[in-house]
Design a binder for this molecule. Sequence first.
Ligand SMILES: Nc1ncnc2c1ncn2[C@@H]1O[C@H](COP(=O)(O)OP(=O)(O)OP(=O)(O)O)[C@@H](O)[C@H]1O
Length: 869
Amino acid sequence: MAKGSKETPLMKQYNAIKAQYPGALLLFRVGDFYETFCEDAIIASKVLDIVLTKRANGSASHIELAGFPHHALDAYLPRLVRAGHRVAICDQLEDPKSVKGIVKRGVTELVTPGLSFNDQVLDQKVNNYLGSVYFGKNGHGVSFLDLSTGEFSVATGELTYIENLIQSFRPSEILYCRSQREQYQQSFDDQYNTFTLEEWIFSYEYGYEKLIQQFKTDSLKGFGIERLQEGIISAGAILYYLEDTVHKEIAHINSISRIEEDRYVWLDKFTIRNLELLAPQQEGGVPLIQILDHTLTPMGGRLMKKWLVLPLKDLNAIQHRHACVEALCEDEELQLIIRDQLKNIYDIERLISKVGAGRINPRELTQLKKALQALGPIREQLLDSPYAELQALADRINPCTKLHERLQEVLKEDAPMLVHQGNIINDGVNAELDELRAIAFSGKDYLDQIKEREKERTGIPSLKISYNKVFGYYLEVSKAHQDKVPQEWIRKQTLVNAERYITEELKVYEEKILGAEEKLSVIEQAIFRELIQFTAEYIGPIQQDAFAVASIDCLSSFAESALTNEYVKPQMTEEVTLDIKGGRHPVIEKQLPVGEPYIPNDILLNNDDQQIIIITGPNMAGKSALLRQTALIVLMAQMGAFVPASEAKIGWIDKVFTRVGASDNLSKGESTFMVEMTETASIMNNLSERSLILMDEIGRGTSTYDGVSIAWSIVEYLHNHRKAKAKTLFATHYHELNQLAEDFKGIKNYNVSVKEIDGKVIFLRKLQAGGSAHSFGIHVAQLAGMPKPIVTRANEVLAHLEDSRTKERAKERIEAMPKNNFQMNLFDAVDPQLAEVERMLRKLDVNAMTPVEALLKLNELKDKLAVKK
Ligand SMILES: Nc1ncnc2c1ncn2[C@@H]1O[C@H](COP(=O)(O)OP(=O)(O)OP(=O)(O)O)[C@@H](O)[C@H]1O
C-alpha cells in the first residue's frame, strides 16, 4: 500500500494485527466471511481456488481481496496448512450487534503444520509431531509434541541419535534456534518445515521454568528428565511456541516422557528407509507397516507406528507382548469379540485433548460417551479370560463410570455438531430448560390452534401461518379470499397471489416463543460448558485408557497378522545367536503371483564360527530379500509381533545397520559411492557385539578392484573387531571374497542357488553352503531381453577373461594377499568424539566456504578434539 495513504479503520485494524504475525497468512473475520488481503489474498486465491477481487481502500490505491464464508473454514484451512502455510485466524471478539463502530478483533489461533487440532489437517492414524532441536556443547536435545494428543517426549544425545529420532518421529515442523541455522542445515535435509526462534528462548532456566509451570510441579524429577539439559531447552522452546501461536488451553499436555536410548533397538536412519518400515522407497512399493497394521482405532494405528520404529531390547517387555499375542491367537473367539468392540472406540485420545483445549463439540462429546460405553465390556472380557497377561492389560482400563453416567444423563443421543444449534441437553436435566422447551413447543401448538380457529371464523380454507426474519409470524391469505380478511388484521406485505398479515395476538405469542428459544440456547450452552469442565477432570484417566486401548489394539493386530499369515512366536534369548528356520520376507511373500510360493530359508548367525556370512549368487537370485527378511524378522520379534518363519530363536539385538547397494537416486549431488562410504563409515563407528549388520553389494559403486578391496577390508575389519563381533550378512557379486572364509574362522560362504538348464537360469532361491563360481550376469541380461548379438559377444569376452591362465593368476594373487588382522587401536575407531569430527568434516561443503569460515571451522574441530584430552 502506498505510504501516507489514508486507510479505512478496518484496514488500519487489519494492518496492526497482520504486523504482529509476520510470516503467517491472516484470515480476517468480517461478518460472516474470512477475508484475506494483499499478498495473502493472492496466495489464498491460488491455493483455495477462490476468486481474487480488488477493492478501493480509502484514498489508497486498490488492494487485492479474497474471502470465503466462515463456516467453510474447516474445509479451507487444511488446504492452506498442507500447502505449508502458517495461518493466523483472526476472529471478532465482540458481538457486532452490541458494538458501535469497529468490532474488536484478535488472533484466536495460529495454525502451523506442526500444531493443529483440525481433523481435516490431521491424519487419524498418524501422529502430528512438532519437533524442536537444540545443539549443545556436550550433546544435543530434541523434543516432540503432538498437540492433538498431548504426547510430549524428550531426549538428549549425540547427533546421530537425534538424527535417528527425527527420522523415526517424522515431525511435521521443526523448531530451532535462529543462531544455530548452520548446524541445523548441516545435520538435517530440507524435507522438514522449519521455524526459527530467538536465542533467549533456548536457555535451561527458561525451559525448566516453563515445564514446571505447565505440569504444575516443583521440579522435573518425577519425569526422569531432570538431567537432560539440552532436551529441556528444546522442550521449553515448544512451550514458548505454543504460547506464541495462541494455544493457551493446553491442560491435556500434563506430562513429558524421556525417550530412553537404552530401551530401544537403535535403527540407523538408513535402516528405517532401506527396510521400508514406514514408507516404500519407490512409488507403488509396500512398506512393512501396511502388512502389519490391522489396528481398528486411531490410537492403535499411531502406536503401531511407534512400536515399529522403536523395537524393544528388554526381554521381559518383549515376552509380555508375545504372551498377549499368543493368548489372542489361541482364543480366537475372544480375539473376535475384542476386535468387534474396538471398532466402537473413537479417537478418545484426540477427543480428550479437545476437552482440554475447550474445543470439543456436542457430537464429539457423544462419541466420547459411546467410547466409554464400549470400554467396560472390553475390560470385562479380558478380565474374564484365563490369561494373566490379558488380565493385566484389562486392569489398566479405567471405565470412568461416573463420567459415563453423567454424559449419559445430560447429553442427548443425537446431539448436533454446533453448540448453537441447540438440542444438546436431555430433558429432565434442568427445570428451567424443560419449562422453556414446553413454552417453545406449546407455543407452536398454539399457533396451530390460532390457525384452525381463524380458518373457521373467517372461512378462509387455505389460511397459513408462517415465519420470516423480517416481520416474524404472519397469516397468509390467497388473493381469492381477500374479502374475508377481518378488519383488525394488519397488512404487512403484498405478493402476486397473496397478502400477508400480522395480528396483536400473533405478536404476543411470537415474543414468548422466540424469547424462550433464545433463553433455551443460552441455558443449553451453559450446561454444555459445565459438562466439558466436568469431563476435563478425567483427562488423565482417559489418556491412560487411550494408551491401554492402543496397546490392546496393536497386540490384537499382531495376533491378526499371525493368524492370517502363519507367523510363529519367536523364542527370545539372552544368547548372542540368531537362529531362524524357514524364514520368509513378510512383504514379498504377500506380493508374489498366485501359485508362486515364497521359498523359506534358514539363517544361523553367532559371534563365533558363523559371525559373518558372505552370500553370493546371481542377480535376482534373492540375496537382498534374504538379508532384509532376517532384519525384519528380528525387528518384528522385538516389537512384540510373531514372525514369518517356521521357528525363530532370537538372541536380542541392540542395533541394526543396513547398507544397501549404491542406489541410483543421488541426493544433493554427492556421488553414490561417496554416500555409500559415508553410510558404511557410520556403521563401523557404532558397532556393538549385539549388532546386526546387513551389507548388500558394498563397493559396487566403484571400479571392480576398488570395490573388492573395500569390501574385503570391511569384512576383515568386522571379523577382527575385538570388542564388537557384530553379526553380519554380506551379499556380494564379488566371489573373490569367498577366499576370506578360508582365512577366518568366523566367516562362512553361502550362495543362493540357481540351476542352469539348457543354458537358462532357474532361480531356486534356496540358500546353501558354499561360494558360487560365477555370477550369471549375462544370463540375467539374456532374460531381460538383451539383443542376442550383445549376449553372444559378452559370453565371448567372459570366456577370454575366465581363460584358465588369467584365472590361475588371479587365484594366486588372491591367495597371496597380504594378511591384516586389524590390530590397530580400536578405541580410536569407535571414539564418538572422533566420529563426530569425522562426520562434521564429511558434511563440509568446502567449495561454499570463505577462507575465514574455513579457519573458524578448523578451530571448532580442534576444540572438539581438545575436549577429549
Ligand atoms: N525366497 C524367495 N522366494 C520367492 N521369491 C523370491 C525369494 N527371494 C526373492 N524372490 C523374488 O526375487 C526377486 C529378486 O530378489 P532380490 O532382489 O533379493 O535378488 P538379488 O539377489 O538381491 O538381486 P540383485 O543382485 O540384482 O540385487 C524379488 O523381488 C522376489 O520377487
